[in-house]
Ligand binder design. Sequence first.
Ligand code: CA
Length: 243
Amino acid sequence: MTTQMAGRSPANAPRILIVEDENPLVLLLTYNLEAEGFIVESSERGDDAELRLLENPPDLVILDWMLPGIPGIEICRRLRAREATRTLPVIMLTARGEEGERIRGLSVGADDYVVKPFSVPELMARVRALLRRVSPERIAGKLHAGDIELDRNTHRVQRAGRNIHLGPTEFRLLDYMIEKPGRIFTRSQLLDAVWGMAVDIDERTVDVHVGRLRKALSRGREPDPIRTVRGAGYGFDEMFGRN
Ligand code: CA
């Protein structure tokens, strides 16, 4: 199977090639990577992947170890041997029980190594970390979550392609929370991070600005990306855009 789904991804989004012959896993990863704004392509055979990597290398490869055609480890070795792909980020996947192969995977130049079954958020975190390391300017500037995009360079926020107008405080709140989906911050943590340590402001101020942020972000029946945890605080919903 060969897929190329641009989805909602902006044209300059990083391209990720998944080389994996387990179709359900490919679908799961594609779905999650696209939700984060990546452009995803996939290939289920090593020889097919090899051709694509020669013709048009992506920004990162998720490479299964056991593949029909050419094994993942051999693809990785060839990537490293070619000038054009010497530094191309590679995350290798392998089945449980093959952990002993880890050293071999790393020795042929894989940047990271994940043992199946793995948690999807964990793999997403590794993809982001690896891309940040190799191309910080492309990753650090724009943050994606579901259909929301926040651009730190232009201070623009979009949802489903429309511009969201936020005040400076709401922008900083969103910027802070969207980077750590699933984490709940107390009001005092948010005050420190968004307003600054030195300020002496009533914690209810946080509620007011979170309320404004919510109102600005969601229109009609759009899901609310901000979670309120009673007695604890606020955070960006880690499930947002994934269900
Ligand atoms: Ca496989």
